[in-house]
Write a protein that binds this ligand. Structure first.
Ligand code: ARG
Length: 584
């Protein structure tokens, strides 16, 4: 809608340039905004005010010339000049009504598929397998998942990559501990049921016993040189750890499978090639025995170039080396033309550096878009990174379990007569979606304070509010007979009342919002939209009775508006990876 109006204004600018009213060399960035007050039209633009100076005209005078030269269109019913030179645009309500009919008849709710699909690699979740997933991995998993879903809806080819940390020195310690326990005939699978405890015990042994530490270091070397027994133990460990992750993905409704796992170990055999290629291109410099790439664009406080270490003194590789290999793989094997990293904002410098090295070395094509979509920290009430009472990291499983338990208590209090299994189901959906929505609705790049009470509230921009709104809309249809529902496909929407028009205007924004989210990776824009939509629906429903309306045409029209609202809310929540409920 907005885009259509922008196009019309672009055409107008071209016409005015031909008439030499606007100088040919100015390229205005045309902005069209929604008005707050419907009395001032649906949309407004400041184009005349922006162009007044280059056109050497009074803004109101130029506004009139713009209006006079605006191409004919079904979209606009009338325009007016306001204040210092704003142009207010009133949309054609018949056209708007038709758009609702069209969206309802379309499986994709009029969300336009792309004509030029990208191959997008989405790097998401990517926990370290040595430990259990903690709250820090929540953001990467759910934001990445939501963007992957959105891109898919638009017809892009999405390849999810779970870049798990399954390699490195910690594994020596873990394997040595597994070996020791096995020698003591202790059942390992039981031990691994709590990876956190297992990790701490292994670390304890490492710190207390020199012999153990030596064995741990030996095992790293053995693992890297492909020793069979060692690799078997390593696989066993990772298998259990990955199973923990996938239990969580399932609970979180995050679309990730074992096939999406391409951990650090996957690139191990390729790391020498990365070094060799950088060497061959003359990009490597030796510094204190380490092989580094110096990039002019990254300097330390003293103005000296900062090195990106590729290989340590002694031969070890680094996190950056693996990321370079991964970028090559994503470009050359997966053929990506957009690579999106959903990783903590604190890794921003790392990504700037590896992107720069990869581009210099030609590991990725110049036109491939490399995007680090960083996110802030989840903090506790004290504004510091979220911790348990005793100061430990919070395991993601524990957080989800607590959310479900709290939701159970709340739902039961509201609805004491629900059967136990239904209660459990509702509590699970409400609990998990509250955690997810609280996170997704925040601006990605800022930190936020985690608070169970506010995320589980039925008021405000929360999951329970939206889930409840969904059940309210669907409940209308429970009271409509099938004969009436059957008439909806042929009935036509009519927008006579303000509130009907407002709802229709909101509904047809969905396309624009989804495209925006796909471009900028900002699920919070979608959350805000859904929250507003639910609000607009609610005031429509108050002002415009549906079931008690005598006039059948109006009743059907309003039912169609309700139907599109229900579908849009459901589709929107699905893009966020949030399940909806029939009742709650
Ligand atoms: N495993 C890392 C961590 O937990 C995140 C990896 C992100 N992805 C990447 N390609 N570096 O911090």
């Amino acid at each position: 809608m907005k885009e259509h109006i922008i196009q019309l204004l672009e055409q107008t600018v071209t016409i005015l340039k031909e008439q030499q009213i606007i100088p040919a060399d100015v390229q205005p960035r045309i902005a069209v905004d929604r008005t707050r007050d419907k009395a001032h039209g649906d949309l407004a633009t400041n184009l005349a005010m922006m162009m007044a100076k280059p056109a050497k005209k009074n803004p109101r005078e130029l506004a009139q010339l713009i209006i006079d030269n605006l191409p004919e269109s079904d979209l606009i019913s009338r325009t007016e000049i306001a204040g210092p030179g704003f142009i207010n645009i009133f949309l054609n309500q018949n056209w708007l009504a038709q758009q609702i009919d069209i969206a309802l008849a379309d499986d994709n709710l009029s969300v336009q598929k792309t004509t030029a699909p990208d191959t997008v690699v989405v790097d998401l979740s990517s926990p370290n397998l040595a430990k259990e997933m903690h709250v820090g991995h929540l953001r990467s998993s759910i934001i990445g998942d939501s963007i992957a879903r959105t891109l898919e809806l638009l017809g892009h080819h999405v390849i999810r990559q779970n870049h798990v940390g399954d390699w490195g020195t910690q594994f020596g310690m873990l394997l040595a501990y597994m070996e020791e326990k096995r020698a003591e005939n202790v059942e390992i699978s039981m031990q691994l049921s709590d990876l956190e405890v297992f990790y701490r015990a292994a670390k304890g042994r490492f710190d207390e016993s020199e012999d153990f530490a030596i064995r741990a270091r030996e095992m790293v070397v053995m693992l890297q040189s492909g020793d069979e027994a060692c690799n078997k133990l390593w696989k066993e460990f990772n298998d259990v750890s990955l199973a923990h992750c996938h239990d969580i993905y399932k609970r979180l409704n995050v679309k990730l499978t074992r096939d999406d796992v391409r951990g650090e170990s996957f690139y191990n055999s390729d790391l020498h090639n990365v070094v060799a290629e950088l060497e061959a291109q003359g990009l490597l410099t030796e510094s204190n025995g380490a092989k580094c790439v110096f990039l002019d664009e990254f300097k330390n406080k003293d103005g000296d170039p900062l090195p990106v270490i590729i290989q340590k003194n002694g031969g070890g590789f680094l996190y950056a080396t693996t990321d370079l290999a991964a970028m090559r793989y994503r470009q050359q094997t997966l053929n990506a033309n957009r690579i999106m990293y959903f990783v903590d904002q604190r890794q921003a410098l790392h990504f700037q550096q590896v992107f720069s090295v990869a581009q210099k070395a030609g590991f990725v094509k110049p036109e491939t878009s490399l995007e680090h979509l960083g996110f802030g920290t989840m903090n506790g009430e004290d504004g510091r990174p979220f911790k348990t009472r005793s100061g430990g990291t919070v395991k993601l499983v524990d957080l989800l379990t607590e959310a479900e338990e709290r939701a159970y208590t709340l739902v039961k209090a509201k609805n004491p007569n629900l059967a136990e299994n239904e209660l459990k189901h509702i509590a699970r959906v409400v609990g998990i979606s509250s955690v997810k929505y609280a996170d997704l609705s925040k601006n990605r790049s800022s930190d936020y304070i985690f608070n169970f009470d506010s995320m589980l509230s039925f008021e405000g921009n929360t999951a329970p509010y939206l889930l409840y709104a969904c059940t309210r809309v669907s409940s209308i249809f429970n009271k409509v007979d099938t004969a009436t529902v059957a008439k909806l496909t042929t009935a036509k929407v009519q927008l006579n009342e303000d509130k009907e028009q407002e709802l229709a205007g909101k509904l047809i924004q969905f396309n624009e919002i989804v495209h925006h989210v796909a471009k900028r990776a900002t699920p919070n824009t979608l959350c805000t939209y859904l929250f507003e939509l639910a609000g607009v629906f609610s005031s429509f429903y108050e002002a415009c009775p549906i079931l008690s309306t005598e006039d059948e045409a109006i009743k059907l029209s309003r039912l169609k508006l309700a139907q599109l609202t229900a579908k849009t809310l459901k589709q929107g929540l699905d893009l966020l990876g949030i399940e909806t409920l029939e009742r709650m």
